[in-house]
Design a protein around this ligand. Sequence first.
Ligand code: 5GP
Ligand code: ZN
Length: 114
Amino acid sequence: MEDCIFCKIIKGEIPSKKFYEDDEILAFDNINPVAPIHILVIPKKHIPSVAHLEKEDEAIVGKIYGVINKLAEEMGFKEKGFKVVVNCGKDGGQEVMHLHFHVLAGEDLCKKFT
Ligand code: 5GP
Ligand code: ZN
């Protein structure tokens, strides 16, 4: 999608620090982290939000959780734990309308975001 920041990151038009990439999924560093580790995991398909998921998109959500688990293992925060946050729409505080999964780790997050 032309005006979407995350689609531009996927196309390489906006630089990002990538942690994982395949044909369908990209994981990259958040430009404005709120935890020591703050990764964004996104589908390459432009899906605006959770509320826009179609039946055909259900598999990609499962795959995204697979990538999150892989990153947790590889980056060493699987054992201590982490938080996955998905904002949806205006009341959910979503600012970028391209579905994304915040992966937060590296500190005690128990009292944050819940
Ligand atoms: P939201 O509030 O929509 O759930 O989260 C959007 C996230 O995207 C924010 O945490 C923000 O820091 C991040 N973000 C916005 N623009 C950019 C960008 O150009 N590059 C990167 N890496 N992250 C961005
Ligand atoms: Zn997009």
